[in-house]
Each structure stands twice: as C-alpha cells, then as structure tokens.
Design a protein around this ligand. Structure first.
Ligand SMILES: [Zn+2]
Length: 441
C-alpha cells in the first residue's frame, strides 16, 4: 500500500487513494512494519477455521511470512502470547468518525468547527485501537476531514487505525446526514459527485438510499430513485470499486438491489407506518444477490437503552415515550431479521454505527455479542469482523486473516472468544503491521 521513496531531505509518498497516481508530498515518512515472532496460545485465523493451539506467527517488515508450530529459534525477537487468544485485529464496518457517540443530537454536533470534529475523530481512532479495532470503515464524515485524518496517520504524524473511507457520502437535498455536505439530486449530479469522491480518495461510494435519524428525514421511505443510485454505483464499478446503500425501509432495499449495490447498511424493514415488518421475499432477494449486509445492531440497542433511561428518569419527551413503547419489540424484530438473513446465507459483517447518537467507539465487541444473540456462533461473528469484513472492503488480499502475505494487524485477548464472545472485551495486546500499539499484559 505504501510506495515511498527518499527524495532529498523529504519523502514523497503516493497516497493509495489517489487513483491517478499523482504524488503528494508528505513531510514525514510512514512508520515501517516490524520484524518479530509471536507465540500464540490459542490461534484464530480470521477465516472462520477452528482455533489451533500453540502457533508461531513470524512477521517481517510488517507482513506475516509464516504460521506454523515451529518453536522460535534463539535470536528471534519473540512476543510471548502463549497465555492468550490471538486473532486478526477487528474491523468496525460502520462508523462515523467525526461524531462523538455521546448522545449529542447530530444537528447540534455539526454546528461545531471542523477542527473539533477532526480532533474527535482522532480520539475515536485511538479508542478503537484500544478496543482491538485496527480497521475502521467510515460510512460518512464531514467534507474532506476523514481524508486529511487518514493522510496524517499514513504519514506518521499521529497513530491510528487503517481506514476505509467514503468521504461525505451522498444524500438527497434535505436527506439523512446532509450536514456532512453531500447533497445531490439527479443522475448527472450523482455521477459528478461520485467521481469527485473517488478523485479525493474514497474507497467506496456510500449512498443514503432512505432517510434516517436526521431531523426532518423519512427513514420509512426511499430517498434516491433507482436511476440516481445506479449512476453513482456505476462510477464506483467502472474503476473496480464498490458501493453501499443505507437502507432503513423495505422499498429502499429493493431500489438498492435494482441499482446494483454491493453492500447494504442496516437492512431494516420499516414500513410507511413506522412499524417493522420482515419481508421474506425481499430477504431472499438480498441473499440471492450476494450483497454484504451490516445490520448495525449495537446502535439500535444503544438508542433504545438511552431512551428507556430518559423515560425512567422522567426526562423523556412525548415522542421519546412513544419511541420507547415500541423499542423492545422493534429490537427483537431486528434481531429476528438478522437471524433470518444469516440463515439465508447473506454475508453479514460487523459494524456498530459508532459515533451515531449513543454508540461509542470503545466497546465494539458488543456488536459481535449482538450477532451471536442473532444466531451466529462466536467464530462466525469473529469472521464477520475479520476475514469477511476485509473481503467486503476489497482488502482480503491485504489484511483480515492471519496467514502468510497479510499485514500483521493482530489482537490478543484473555480467555477464548471462539466459545465466549465476551472475551473480546479483555484486550491484552494490539499490533499494527507487527508493531505493538497497545500492551496491557
Ligand atoms: Zn451510519
């Protein structure tokens, strides 16, 4: 990914998101990967295989060169994780890095200056790393802020995770997350906006195909028409990239599939009456199309919990009291929907919607726990946050599985997450490119 060469006193670094291969000057060289040998007591490969005992992972310049049972030779630099479970660093597949996740209403937060949003994004980056998350797939941030944060991390100015970025994402005039600056209408504007995002370095095109939680939008109705969705998705596909649609109502799921989306966020079956009614025909279409789905269960659960707390404290508004009346049934329906999609063979990936409303960055393993509640085994849930997640980000050949040739982004935890997903909360060590970034042993 990094193609840097010395050039006088400075280094020239080609930013990987730059599809035209233009070179941008970076004043600081990115950190180099480490050469190290890791002894794993329990080894989980991130490909969904059964765990193995006493495995040695050798890393050269940040890349895994071997995975086997050979004991380290004398002279090797060894990190002893023989008391721990070792697995790939996790992917949080749906975040909004510039948002705080502390309950502040979205429209109020977006009145803050960009500098504060950027600092919040960096705080969220560090919180993610400390929770074992080494890749964040950002599904919408303000303007170009996330591209600049990624530049700073890649050039070694600040530490942070690997990012998969969509930029400001695309929404209709007056649509969900419009404060990010991505309002567009009609196929021509969609085409141009998508091209601009790809020029800036977007890894995928994210489209709000329905309304959402932004005041004045309609999560129960589609936003873009199919020809608009198709125009933006086509631009991504033309250069080998992918597109994802935020879909909170059944009609928007159908639109996204008709337009050729690669990925669906939320995949909720809201009706025009704001009830949730699972539709098996549409679910089967989702399964047959092979698209990835991020159910984002954690953010729904967090929102419900926060509202229940406000009702209990007597501070809830009339709208919030109505919301809570249906909350338990709504979350149960979302769990059932997720369970059914899993049974139908839909490739689910783990993303919490961190940043949005009450969902934090430091407790991402809860999303995996919800996926287990929806019927996945703990190993399935880990696969949804590692190997499969990497595939959905088009990074499957780079990272996400612990095998030769992959970057050494690694997490070690106490206990056995392959049988008890809660073990993921006991983070012992996090490595990026073989370098230790968190050590709590
Ligand atoms: Zn979101």
């Amino acid at each position: 990914m990094r193609h840097c060469a010395a050039s006088g006193a400075r280094r020239i670094c080609q930013t990987p998101g730059n599809m035209r291969g233009e070179q941008r000057e970076m004043p600081i060289a990115p950190p180099q990967g480490a050469t190290v040998t890791i002894r794993a007591g329990r080894f989980i490969d991130g490909a969904g295989s059964a765990p193995r005992a006493n495995v040695t992972i050798r890393v050269e310049d940040g890349v895994i060169t071997s995975v086997d049972e050979r004991a380290p030779a004398s002279g090797e630099v060894v990190i002893d994780l023989s008391e721990y479970s070792v697995l790939p660093g996790l992917f949080n597949m749906h975040v909004h890095s510039v948002l705080p996740g502390d309950g502040t209403p979205f429209h109020e937060w977006m009145e803050l200056p960009d500098e504060l949003l950027l600092l919040q994004a960096h705080a969220n980056a560090l919180a993610s790393l400390h929770a074992g998350v080494t890749t964040l797939r950002d599904c919408g941030g303000k303007g170009s802020l996330m591209f600049r944060l990624r530049d700073a991390i890649r050039s070694g100015i600040i530490p942070g995770p690997r990012y998969v970025l969509s930029g400001h994402a695309l929404t209709i005039t007056g649509g969900h997350c419009r404060f990010f600056g991505g309002e567009v209408d009609g196929p021509e504007e969609m085409r141009k906006a998508a091209r601009r995002l790809l020029k800036e370095g977007a890894d995928f095109i994210k489209i709000f195909a329905s309304g959402g939680g932004t005041i004045g939008t309609y999560p129960q109705f589609p936003a873009f028409d199919v020809d608009e969705l198709r125009a933006a998705i086509h631009e991504a596909h033309k250069i080998g990239k992918v597109a994802s649609c935020h879909c909170t109502c059944a009609a928007s799921i159908v639109n996204a599939l008709d337009a050729g989306t690669d990925h669906i966020e939320h995949c909720s079956f809201l009706t025009g009456a704001m009830t949730v009614e699972y539709d098996d025909d549409i679910a089967r279409r989702v399964a047959d199309s092979g698209v990835y789905v991020t159910p984002t269960l954690q953010t729904m659960h967090d929102l419900d919990s926060a509202m229940v707390a406000r009702v209990d404290a007597g501070t809830a508004t009339a709208d919030e009291r109505t919301f809570v009346t249906n909350a338990r049934a709504r979350f149960a329906t979302q769990l059932e929907t997720t369970s059914r999609l899993h049974e139908l063979g839909v490739p689910l990936v783990a993303g919490s919607d961190a940043g949005w409303r009450h969902t934090r960055f430091d407790n991402f393993s809860r999303e995996l726990a919800h996926l287990v509640d929806a019927g996945m085994t703990p190993l399935d849930a880990i696969h949804a946050a590692t190997g499969r997640a990497a595939d959905a980000c088009q990074l499957g050949s780079v990272v996400g599985r612990l095998e030769p040739g992959k970057r050494a982004d690694i997490l070690a935890v106490q206990g056995d997450p392959s049988t008890d997903i809660a073990a993921l909360t006991a983070v012992a060590m996090v490595l990026q490119d073989g370098r230790v970034v968190v050590d709590r042993r």
